[in-house]
Design a protein around this ligand. Structure first.
Ligand code: FE
Length: 218
């Protein structure tokens, strides 16, 4: 390492590419293709911004890092915002399909145990969707071994460690203003009608396999 080279030792700029748009999300019941396409553009913008921030972080001055203001602080803070914007939207778009379906027996059993069944979960999801300023999530807590709802007021607020999102409900106004004006309850009902349970069941099956691999009981 050349001690005069300030770039040595800095993290490598990881880059992301947007996932392929699932065709199913352009044929939803009550949520228009135009609205979904515009929303997809916002998701792609998060990917682009993540890549831009990661590139800038490579050359940000570590020695000038400061809690009031510094390039490094700004980049690190905005990085979490971009990561949330990417991951939250990927769960959200994968959750959607007009095919509907229902929870697998295994998922229904866990919903019964933790949230009073499918109806109990949906009641909670509607309330969380109305209470949140950005997101409502159904998440599996790997540590406490239970399903619960979490809300987020922005892309990067209120994450819970060791929890994985299974369902992500975007309640930012850009999700529904074009189709429902300010009627968020109607949009939440439409989201629930378009919940792609087969996709959700796959995520849940993956979590169960993960526990088997980890040797956890349950
Ligand atoms: Fe969004």
């Amino acid at each position: 390492m050349d001690p005069g080279d300030e770039q040595e030792g800095h993290a490598v700029a990881h880059q992301v590419t947007p996932m392929d748009m699932p065709g199913k999300i352009l044929e939803l019941d009550g949520i228009s293709a135009e609205s979904v396409q515009a929303h997809w553009g916002l998701y792609e913008a998060y990917c682009n911004k993540y890549n831009e921030v990661m590139q800038k972080l490579e050359s940000a001055d570590r020695g000038a890092a400061n809690q009031i203001y510094s390039d490094y602080r700004g980049l690190r803070e905005m990085l979490t915002f971009a990561i949330g914007g990417i991951k939250n939207h990927e769960v959200y778009f994968n959750n959607l399909s007009a095919d509907g379906g229902e929870p697998s027996d295994q998922l229904a059993e866990q919903l019964q145990k933790d949230l009073g069944g499918v109806d109990g979960f949906l009641t909670e999801l509607k309330a969380a969707g109305m209470a949140a300023r950005g997101w409502a999530f159904l998440a599996w807590d790997w540590q406490w071994m239970r399903l619960d709802l979490h809300i987020g007021d922005a892309q990067n607020t209120f994450p819970v460690w060791n929890a994985s999102p299974i369902i992500a409900l975007d309640v930012y106004e850009h999700s529904y203003i074009a189709d429902f004006s300010t009627a968020r309850p109607k949009y939440i009902d439409a989201f629930i009608r378009n919940l792609d349970w087969s996709s959700v069941n796959e995520v849940w099956a993956g979590i169960q396999r993960g526990h088997e691999l980890l040797g956890a009981d349950g």
